[in-house]
Design a protein around this ligand. Sequence first.
Ligand SMILES: CC(C)(COP(=O)(O)OP(=O)(O)OC[C@H]1O[C@@H](n2cnc3c(N)ncnc32)[C@H](O)[C@@H]1OP(=O)(O)O)[C@@H](O)C(=O)NCCC(=O)NCCS
Length: 147
Amino acid sequence: MPVAIRSAALNDVPAILAIEHRAPGAAHWTSEQYNKLVGSGVVLVAEETGKLCGFVCARAVAGEWEIENVVVAVGFLRRGIADEMVRELIRRAESEAASAILLEVRESNLPARGLYEKHGFREVGCRRVYYRDPVEDAILYALRFDR
Ligand SMILES: CC(C)(COP(=O)(O)OP(=O)(O)OC[C@H]1O[C@@H](n2cnc3c(N)ncnc32)[C@H](O)[C@@H]1OP(=O)(O)O)[C@@H](O)C(=O)NCCC(=O)NCCS
C-alpha cells in the first residue's frame, strides 16, 4: 500500500505523540510543543490507508532548518518511510531557500545516522555528554545547500 507524505494538522498531534511514546530513540516532547511546531514549524506525517505511521518535524531559525525528531512507528520500520519523509523535508527546505539543515543525534543511534548520511548529511561536530538517561554524546550533522 503506498504511503502518502503530507503536512501535519493540529488534529494529528495525538497520533504523533502515540508514535513518539513507543520509540525509545526519539526525542520526547509534550503535546503543547508539537502543537506549536505544527503552527510555526514544519511537521510532515506519513499516512497509509488513513493511519499515521511516521512523522518528521523541523524548525527554521534564520534560514537554517533544524530537524527536531524523526520517528517511524514500530511495525512500519525498514520500509523506506523515513527515507520518503526526509526526502520531502529536504525538498521543502530547498524550495524555501534554506541555507542548511542541521540536527543532533545520539552517537549510538546507528539507524538514524545511516538515514541522515544516506541523504547527504555530513558529521560536523560532537557535543560531549549532551544526552541524559543514558548519558551519551551528541553527533552533529549538517546538510548545506550551495547557493
Ligand atoms: C531512524 C528511523 C526513523 C528510520 O526509519 P525507517 O522508516 O525504518 O527507515 P527507512 O526504511 O526509510 O531506511 C532509510 C535508511 O535509514 C537507515 N536505517 C534505517 N533503519 C536502520 C537500521 N535498523 N540499521 C541500520 N540502518 C538503518 C539506512 O541507511 C536506510 O537506508 P537503506 O534502506 O537503503 O539501507 C527509525 O528507526 C525510528 O523511528 N527510530 C526511533 C526514533 C529515532 O531514533 N529517531 C531519530 C531521532 S534523531
